[in-house]
Design a protein around this ligand. Structure first.
Ligand code: AMP
Length: 585
């Protein structure tokens, strides 16, 4: 079999992997047999690093040992400590990627070293590089960084590439909101425009609910986060459940935890109606419309020109979001593919294109640069010269890959060098845009001001920028690649991170089921009343002893007994259908 390339949706809340299997993209289940792996990392009480559902269970009982939503920190210099170990967002993402890689290897029975990883269209240069770095730390060659809405368009476009239509992809995930306008015709899938909000997603809706509930109880959210993290962690879990219940019925209840995160039989119960939740989250809903307007404006289209509106991302399950989008377009939005899975499926199609799979021969995809790229310049106002202005060289929503040249002139007589300062963004002044780096061009011949220079910007399919500056008179050129790896991480740092990752203690993969069940039992032990606790305690003791002794038959017997009891108290996720799901995630 040729070298497999897998597609990975590295999400804020959940991640998933898929591959092209013959004619169809197929999702790859993880060690627990599930498609979605929560993007949560923790260090358990034995000092082992745990990822996915096991970490999410641990998070409820030991929030100080776990972290989630680190995708929102990608590209930022930030570290978190879990049980004495320090992690950067790239390392945390690498742990999730490694877990997906290992699960795919176990499922497919061969090593996986190449992947396409998706990012929100609106991820900036730093965030994209952080994602490339995470892939590298996880031992993956990242063949392409693909925009999430483009991946969704690929999953939909792939199903019927011949029929000509204009799609608007609306993607509201856990942490980001992205919109793309895409043309599909004769096998070509062409992104016309992308726009987004980097910090707006389903998690904000959950936190808004938790904050309003705390307010009802006379407490401030931020203060509670500092003073009672267990209370907040548990309340967010409860709010997440209620949010999902409100997606299918008119009201939901939330039990308010005590300061230590416990929920006793006498816990205060709050009822929330769908309307109330709608009012609480109105400021978030208003922000959802902005990227739609901008993407349509940039594509030069009106709402009536859109043939299909496609919903992507778990947060588009909220009826109010659907209503809001529906009210903006003549035809109702579509959600034919599972909104949680469609990005991974599209990434698998792109992976197939890279691996030159025969089934995708006829498909061509083009994407756009979601933001403008340019340099710092000075401007003359009469005799006065003012610094700090931004000159875009590649404008936002230009089709990529792209290469553009801009001619410039020196501003001082006998100026022998210039510093080319690179920025990304839409603001007129560089101070309001993202700084990408700088480099010097020397060797400008002595002479009056106005010597000609050329600056060429080349932006590749991964959204990685290369800049070349040339002195026109001498043709002397300096090339600057805005480094492919994360800010603040040199190649040596990455090598160190790879080594550190290899030395982390992790449980053998075969133990995944057992670890997960232990964590789930510990969480329910803390959440249920005295009678249930006594039973869980006894079953846990038996299971732990069986694990200690190592007899597979005995382990299986105890595991099943514990699982059956836990399921009787709370349906396990594997058994739930989407319609009846009650627990969060
Ligand atoms: P994603 O990043 O696409 O996995 O989206 C995850 C987000 O979708 C999280 O914020 C979830 O809370 C949210 N989500 C998933 N299912 C539902 C649902 N049934 N109702 C409301 N939000 C949901």
């Amino acid at each position: 079999m040729p070298d497999i390339v897998i597609g990975i949706d590295l999400g804020t809340t959940n991640s998933a992997a898929a591959m092209l299997d013959g004619e169809e993209p197929r999702l790859i289940p993880n060690a627990l047999g599930e498609i979605l792996t929560p993007s949560v990392v923790g260090v358990d009480l034995d000092g082992h690093v745990v990822v996915g559902r096991t970490a999410r269970e641990l998070m409820v009982t030991h929030p100080d040992r776990c972290t989630s939503q680190f995708k929102r920190k990608m590209g930022i210099e930030w570290k978190t400590r879990l049980a004495g170990l320090a992690f950067t967002p790239e390392e945390l993402s690498a742990l999730v990627l490694r877990s997906l890689k290992q699960d795919a290897e176990a499922y497919l029975g061969e090593p996986i070293t190449r992947a396409v990883i998706t990012v929100p269209a609106y991820f900036n240069d730093d965030q994209r590089k952080a994602t490339l770095t995470a892939g590298r730390i996880a031992g993956l060659k990242v063949e392409r960084i693909l925009n999430e809405p483009t991946a969704a368009a690929l999953a939909y476009g792939f199903r019927d590439p011949g029929s000509e239509r204009v799609l608007l992809i609306f993607d509201l995930g856990g942490g980001t909101c992205d919109v793309s306008v895409v043309d599909v015709m004769d096998g070509a899938i062409e992104v016309r425009a992308s726009a987004g909000e980097a910090i707006l997603g389903g998690e904000d809706f959950t936190r808004a609910m938790a904050a309003r509930l705390l307010e009802r109880c006379g407490q401030g959210f931020e203060r509670a986060e500092l003073e009672s993290p267990k209370l907040v962690s548990r309340l967010i879990w409860e709010s997440e459940t209620a949010k999902r219940v409100l997606s299918r019925q008119g009201s939901a209840t939330v039990r308010i935890p005590d300061r230590s995160g416990g929920i006793g039989d006498d816990a205060r119960i709050e009822t929330i109606t769908r309307d109330e939740f709608g009012r609480w989250t109105e400021p978030l809903m208003a922000r959802v419309e902005m990227p739609i307007r901008r993407a349509l404006g940039d594509a030069g289209l009106g709402r009536g020109d859109i043939n299909e509106v496609i919903l992507v991302g778990g947060a588009t399950r909220m009826p109010r979001v659907v209503e809001r989008i529906a009210s903006m377009f003549p035809s109702p939005p579509l959600c034919g593919l599972n909104p949680d899975e469609v990005v991974a499926l599209g990434a698998a199609v792109q992976a197939g294109l890279i691996a030159r799979d025969a089934s995708v021969d006829d498909i061509v995809v083009t994407d756009v640069a979601p933001f403008s790229l340019g340099i710092h310049i000075s401007k003359h106002f009469g005799l006065e010269r003012r610094d700090g202005y931004f000159l875009p060289i590649i404008h936002r929503n230009t089709t990529i890959p792209v290469s553009r040249v801009q001619k410039l002139q020196t501003v001082d007589p006998n100026q022998t060098k210039v510093t080319i300062q690179l920025y990304q963004g839409e603001a007129r002044r560089v101070a309001d845009n993202l700084r990408l780096g700088e480099f010097e061009l020397n060797g400008i011949p002595l002479g009056p001001a106005g010597q000609e220079l050329e600056v060429r910007f080349t932006y590749d399919l991964n959204g990685v920028l290369e800049v070349e500056a040339t002195v026109s008179a001498t043709r002397q050129t300096v090339t600057h690649v805005v480094t492919r790896y994360a800010r603040g991480m040199s190649a040596a740092d990455i090598a160190k991170a790879v080594k550190a990752m290899q030395s982390l203690k992790t449980h053998p993969r075969e133990e995944a089921q057992n670890r997960f069940l232990l964590r789930r039992a510990e969480r329910l032990f803390g959440q249920l009343g005295a009678d249930a606790r006594r039973i869980i305690g006894g079953l846990l003791d038996g299971f732990e002893e069986a694990l200690e002794q190592g007899d597979p038959v005995v382990i299986e017997r105890h595991r099943q007994a514990l699982k059956d009891y836990l399921d009787s108290q709370e349906p396990s996720e594997g058994d739930e259908s989407e319609e009846t799901a009650d627990g969060p995630w």
